[in-house]
Design a protein around this ligand. Structure first.
Ligand code: PLP
Length: 421
């Protein structure tokens, strides 16, 4: 095993994860599905239930006020993390709910017959199905930014192409920042040009940061989306919590997604209710209180321990090391832009000819190696690539070059086994 980049800091951080103490030989290579949780995140959940459990925004007693403060401090920490304003952060159950929220509340009021919705051919089902249904229901058209199959990047577009694609009929452009299958799919500056063009015709922009948020700095002042979504569980936080950033300008006219609880000032029998201001009007019912507090802990952990530039270099070194070794396996076909992945990747998706990825994943599991197989909730992409299924290895800072070596040894054993049987 060659430790190409000896990153002692990241290796030390692994000691903060009880899961690796409780599963001594676990090689966890499924971080794109969900990340592991540092002990302080788990402790913050236990602490909340042991010391502060009560409902928020409605309890006129000390316990409830402390719980409310903890929840609202979490909102502020998340706002700071992505350089947003406090009131622009809405808690959801995850990326999926965030996108459904926008498609349902903004979409139903702003998309009409003949309008266009633009997404890419590589979207996760979460950023595909809500737009497809909305388009069908409204008689709108779902359009795609096409993937260049020769290099696994979105086709670069001239200004003329862009002007044709994004026009007065375009009402929303909903794009993933990072594909959960291919990694980065953006040629230099295309994303920036698309966002600028969309805004110039009055279209809104939604960015799916589910994969990106644990690997790169997200700054809404730089990216300039109208909506941005991510999930806590992919960035070292608990499940059941996600973030929907809604640009302040949109708050006044945006219909709440769900109704109920204390998101209103006044409710009447004979006239419409008066909603509270954002973010409260967008959070109906009892909020995911412990989960938001847990997500704040994950963000504190990230702020204290992770420098995103160093992380990118480290994860790219693991990715590059894995790609070089996979390239020596003749039956292996990598899906993704190799140059881009080697420079800034954190995952590698591939298939081995004539062996089903589920079989490989099950074989690897016998060696305590966790990978993801299948179509990764991106069936339209797999249809486009004419690939049935694939295996994905996805990294976080607690992975090492030794993990990659052990994975490769087991993969080679699996290939020999399945070729014989
Ligand atoms: N978008 C992308 C790019 C993803 O990778 C995922 C999950 O893998 C999602 C959306 C959906 O996230 P969640 O299941 O946490 O809602």
């Amino acid at each position: 095993m060659k430790n190409l980049i000896n990153n002692n800091n990241f290796e030390k951080l692994k000691q903060n994860f009880l899961i690796f103490k409780n599963n001594k030989n676990l090689i966890y290579l499924d971080n794109a599905a969900t990340s592991q949780k540092p002990d302080i995140v788990i402790k913050s959940l236990v602490d909340f239930y042991e010391k502060h459990n009560s409902n928020i925004h409605r309890s006129i007693y000390d316990l409830g006020e402390v719980a409310t403060d903890l929840y609202e401090n979490a909102r502020q920490a998340i706002a700071n993390f992505i350089n947003a304003k406090y009131e622009e952060i809405v808690f959801t159950s995850g990326t999926t709910e965030g996108i459904n929220f926008v498609a349902d509340s903004w979409g139903k009021e702003n998309i009409f017959s003949g309008d266009q919705i633009l997404i890419t051919q590589v979207e996760h089902h979460a950023n595909f199905l809500p737009w497809q249904r909305l388009a069908q229901e409204k008689g709108a058209e779902l359009k795609f930014l096409n993937l260049d199959k020769s290099n696994f990047l979105l086709k670069n577009l001239s200004q003329e192409d862009l002007d044709k694609l994004i026009n007065s009929k375009t009402k929303i452009v909903a794009l993933t920042l990072d594909s959960n299958v291919l990694g980065n799919i953006w040629p230099d500056d295309l994303l920036e040009r698309i966002i600028e063009k969309a805004h110039s015709v009055g279209a809104k922009v939604l960015l799916d940061a589910a994969q990106a948020v644990a690997h790169k700095k997200i700054d809404v002042e730089i990216l300039k989306p109208d909506f941005l979504v991510f999930s806590g569980h992919k960035m070292f936080g608990p499940t059941g919590i996600g973030v929907l950033y809604i640009k302040k300008d949109l708050h006044k006219n945006l219909r709440p997604y769900q109704l109920g609880g204390s998101m209103v000032y006044s409710v009447f029998c004979d006239k419409p209710a008066i909603y509270r201001d954002a973010p409260n009007k967008f959070e109906a019912g009892t909020q995911p209180i412990a989960q938001a507090i847990g997500l704040k802990s994950a963000i504190d952990f990230t702020n204290q321990n992770i420098n995103f530039d160093e992380l990118k270099k480290y994860e790219a070194s693991l990715t590059s090391y894995l790609i070089d070794k996979l390239n020596l396996i003749p039956e292996c076909q990598i899906l993704g832009n190799i140059d881009m992945l080697k420079k800034e990747g954190h995952l590698v998706t591939f298939y081995i000819k004539n062996i089903h990825a589920h079989d490989l994943s099950a074989f690897l599991s016998k060696n305590n190696i966790a990978t993801r197989s299948g179509n990764h909730c991106a069936q339209p992409l797999f249809e486009l690539l004419s690939v049935e299924s694939s295996l994905r290895v996805s990294f976080s800072f607690y992975n090492t070059h030794e993990d990659v070596d052990l994975f490769l040894d087991a993969l080679k054993e699996a290939i020999i086994f399945f070729e014989k049987n």
